[in-house]
Ligand binder design. Structure first.
Ligand code: FAD
Ligand code: N01
Length: 560
């Protein structure tokens, strides 16, 4: 007897901003949907990343859904850059407001997704041994959702507390009076270090590469500012959707010019002006920060002078000046009092390039220069980005082909949305799409809308199988690579390149062309009857959405 409670039109994996919106629109379109998430609540990134100081670096009024006018008008943001608890509250509010929870299964990890060529359906297996069947599977598993800890000898011996910023405990972590070590100086570290320093009795920061950081100039969002912004939401959202990165910048002539072609005095004035606006406004001062080394050097020189102005100790200031990679080729950090924190007597910076970590001991961290006694170690060491969460699932397409094996030399997708050999599978903000180069909610809404339209079209056409063609995928992969090679990004050992994870293939993961151009490409492909996709009617009559029997043992899957 078929278990009808486990048969769906669509299974969505992940209940972050991608999964929540996907559920909402598919349900509205009449599909039966189940969302599965290993978290205990909605929010994705904002459920997991609860470390002190966590907040968005795209302004809250922009880093929010645009799909519902009442929602965007009624939600009141309290700060220019909302802290994690506020963003999590927002995600919960969305779940309540659109009655989403009844179709979400929490505390459940998807371990496998296997395609059955006879039924054109996916069998999804979870860590509690349950199996679900769905016509379509949408991976809303996130780009930055697979935290990684480096393999440092002795970590299991440490007798104190250990935390990863991306897996921060839900109960309060009391750092008062403790000796804390933070490993890493990327965005998560740069946000948390000033907060941890305030609580700890001593903070030791272990830095391998210094990172570039621009002040957020965060503050309360005054009601008149918020109301004025909201009054222009339709115009602003449209400008975001038709921009390069989904972010609302002032349109100004200067940012269309290469930095190196602007006279020094003008350049300095413009840098200063954008620095005072904070965050990504600074990176966007001129047109070519990640395209031309000479221009990039001018940015770097400006930022180094800012660091030297803030940090009192000249030697320390030099250590904090990023030099290993061009500015912007690792995500620019946005901070509140980061460099100022190093003026405290109770904060020590350890330069791991000069004195690498050799081991973690029972009571601290040893470097080649000595031992640092610690009560707490915070790993702010980032993520297996873009492909990690997908590769953590045993995804198998036609002929039992494992996605991880197909992607052994780097991910291959068509538009970052679909994978050849894996019919009826979609990835929201998948590798090969603009995703992490954008205000991600803009990218998410665009992908979700495209997938919804595609499934409606499939239903209207009486089709039940859609698959990216290998030719279209090859062409797209080449296009993504070529665009990346025209930039300075390959110069950095970044997660954009997969270079932060030992053994991971080093390839350009996101699509660096503009979000707007990309969205137009996706629209054109859809308008041309999903060009580059092969479609088919059911290959056999064995199953309908309510007929698949999920009882018994999982079927054996042929190894490729
Ligand atoms: P996620 O929020 O990552 O959600 C994915 C969900 O999938 C998670 O809940 C996870 O538990 C679940 N999942 C994954 N694998 C499985 C599995 N096998 N089984 C079951 N469930 C699974 N972007 C911006 O644009 N602006 C910002 O300011 C910004 N700030 C950020 C700050 C931090 C600290 C981090 C880490 C990221 C930030 N990002 C930011 C990127 C952020 O990830 C996206 O903006 C957005 O929240 C992603 O939403 P999502 O739903 O696609 O993925
Ligand atoms: O991770 P990261 P993250 N020994 O990879 C170091 C988003 N985000 O969690 O640079 C010593 O950037 C590593 O050193 P190095 C945002 O997109 C946004 O901070 O490789 N150190 C680096 O310093 C961001 O880009 C916000 O030399 C080791 C750090 O760990 C992305 O998430 C906030 C090491 C990792 O930095 C990831 O950010 C937080 C080792 N073995 C996150 N291994 C906002 O502000 C790694 N490191 C919105």
């Amino acid at each position: 007897m078929a278990d009808q409670s486990k048969n769906f039109d669509v299974i969505v994996v992940g209940a972050g901003f991608s999964g929540l919106y996907m559920l909402h629109v598919l349900r509205q379109a009449g599909f039966s949907v189940r969302v599965i998430d290993m978290a205990s609540d909605v929010g994705g990134t904002w459920y997991w990343n609860r470390y002190p100081g966590a907040r968005c670096d795209v302004e809250s009024l922009s880093y929010s859904y645009s799909f519902d006018e009442d929602l965007q008008q009624e939600w009141e943001w309290k700060e220019r850059y909302a802290p994690q608890p506020e963003i999590l509250d927002y995600a919960r509010h969305v779940a309540e407001r659109f009655d989403l929870r009844r179709d979400i299964q929490f505390d459940t990890r998807v371990t496998a997704a296997h395609f059955n060529e006879d039924t054109s359906r996916w069998t999804i297996t979870t860590d509690d041994g349950d199996r679900y069947s769905a016509h379509y599977c949408v991976m809303a598993t996130g780009c930055l959702s697979a935290p990684r800890r480096p393999d440092i000898p002795g970590a299991e011996l440490f007798g104190g507390e250990q935390y990863h910023t991306g897996l921060w405990p839900h109960d309060e972590v009391d750092l008062t009076g403790k000796r804390v070590g933070v490993i890493g100086t990327g965005s998560s570290a740069i946000q948390s270090i000033p907060q941890i320093a305030k609580a700890a009795c001593h903070l030791t920061v272990f830095q391998r590469s210094a990172h570039y950081s621009v002040p957020a100039w965060n503050g309360p969002l005054e009601p008149e500012v918020q109301n004025a912004y909201k009054a222009r939401y339709p115009e602003y959202r449209e400008r975001m959707r038709t921009s390069d990165a989904g972010i609302l910048y002032d349109t100004h002539d200067i940012n269309l010019k290469p930095a190196r072609e602007v006279p020094e005095a003008d350049r300095e004035r413009e840098f200063e002006k954008r620095w005072k606006k904070g965050a990504f406004n600074f990176q966007n001062t001129f047109s070519d920060v990640t395209k031309n080394q000479e221009s990039n050097d001018l940015y770097v020189d400006f930022v180094h002078r800012k660091v030297r102005e803030v940090v009192n100790d000249a030697k320390l200031a030099e250590l904090l000046c990023a030099t290993d990679f061009p500015l912007g080729t690792k995500r620019l950090c946005v901070d509140i009092d980061y460099f100022e924190t190093y003026n405290r007597d109770d904060v020590t910076l350890i330069d791991l390039k000069a004195t690498p970590i050799t081991e973690i001991t029972e009571d601290g961290v040893r470097t080649s220069a000595g031992h640092h006694e610690l009560d707490v170690i915070v790993f702010a060491t980032g993520f297996d980005a873009m492909t990690g969460a997908l590769n953590n699932i045993d995804i198998r397409g036609c002929g039992g082909q494992a996605l991880r094996e197909k992607w052994a030399d780097g991910p291959r997708t068509y538009l970052g949305l679909a994978v050849a050999g894996h019919p009826n599978l979609f990835t929201i903000t998948g590798p090969g799409s603009p995703s992490v180069f954008t205000n991600m909610i803009v990218a998410i809404e665009q992908h979700v809308g495209w997938i919804r339209d595609c499934l409606i079209w499939m239903r209207d056409q009486g089709l039940d199988r859609i698959e990216a063609s290998t030719a279209a995928e090859d062409e797209w992969v080449d296009h993504v690579r070529q665009l990346g090679e025209q930039t300075l990004y390959p110069k950095a050992k970044s997660w954009y390149m997969g270079a932060n994870v030992p053994g991971k293939p080093v390839v350009f993961l996101p699509y660096i062309g503009s979000q707007h151009t990309y969205a137009q490409t996706c629209e054109k492909i859809a308008a041309q009857g999903y060009e580059g996709f092969d479609t088919a009617r059911r290959t056999s009559d064995v199953a309908s959405a309510t007929e698949v029997d999920l009882g018994g043992q999982p079927e054996a899957v042929a190894q490729p």
